[in-house]
Design a protein around this ligand. Structure first.
Ligand SMILES: Cc1cc2nc3c(=O)[nH]c(=O)nc-3n(C[C@H](O)[C@H](O)[C@H](O)COP(=O)(O)O)c2cc1C
Length: 186
């Protein structure tokens, strides 16, 4: 069983979180942990609505309070397989780069980096300035996968749903999750 931590932060792109959570819940070998930031909740409700939020959080085995620093996953001793922040705000990404860990999402990211576990940051912001770019480079050197939420179109997606599934699926690939329906060129 793989314990996977999914944090939802306050960037646009709640649909990516919804797709990632749905897929992880369908994996028989995954124990899913979720937390959502206050900003993440607000934006999720704005973009997808209460029913979609309830759906994402339903049947999640480990639903963690964003402020619960005593949570199991907050410790490096927890057998975590990997973590992702989907979508990842630049506020969260910059905080991780600065070594801050004053909420559960940041703490798990910090633990993933120090324990050399897979960490995927599906960042969503544009344009990026030098502060962002330099800190994202630092995070990349520290082992994080920096994945801009910039979908591809060569799979010829027929809907926003398809587009989001493909991007979320690609992010999960970096956590060692086998995502069967990803598009392969050629
Ligand atoms: C409607 C809305 C959309 C936002 N979209 C983004 C975004 O795409 N990327 C980003 O970095 N911040 C975005 N923000 C700002 C973040 O929500 C804000 O920096 C917040 O403090 C992030 O907190 P968190 O990382 O703890 O979730 C948005 C805010 C609002 C209100």
């Amino acid at each position: 069983m793989k314990h996977i931590f999914l944090a939802v932060s306050g960037a646009s792109g709640s649909i990516y979180a919804s797709k990632a959570a749905a897929f992880l819940k369908s994996c028989s070998d995954v124990k899913l942990h979720i937390t959502i930031s206050p900003a993440g909740r607000k934006i999720f409700l704005h973009e997808l609505g209460q029913a979609a939020l309830d759906e994402m959080l339903s049947d999640v085995e480990y639903l963690h309070d964003y402020d619960d620093m005593a949570s199991s996953v907050a410790s490096g001793s927890f057998p975590l397989a990997g973590a992702a922040i989907i979508p990842c705000s630049l506020s969260s990404a910059m905080s991780i780069a600065a070594g801050l860990a004053n909420n559960l999402s940041l703490r798990v990211a910090q633990v993933a980096l120090k324990e050399k576990l897979p960490l995927v940051l599906l960042i969503r912001e544009t344009p990026l300035d030098a502060i962002h770019l330099e800190n994202l480079a630092l995070l990349s050197r520290s082992g994080a996968v920096i994945m801009p939420a910039s979908p591809q179109f060569y799979s010829k997606p027929s809907s926003i749903d398809d587009l989001a599934s493909e991007t979320a699926g690609r992010a999960l690939k970096y956590l060692g999750i086998e995502v069967p329906d990803l598009f392969h060129w050629g």
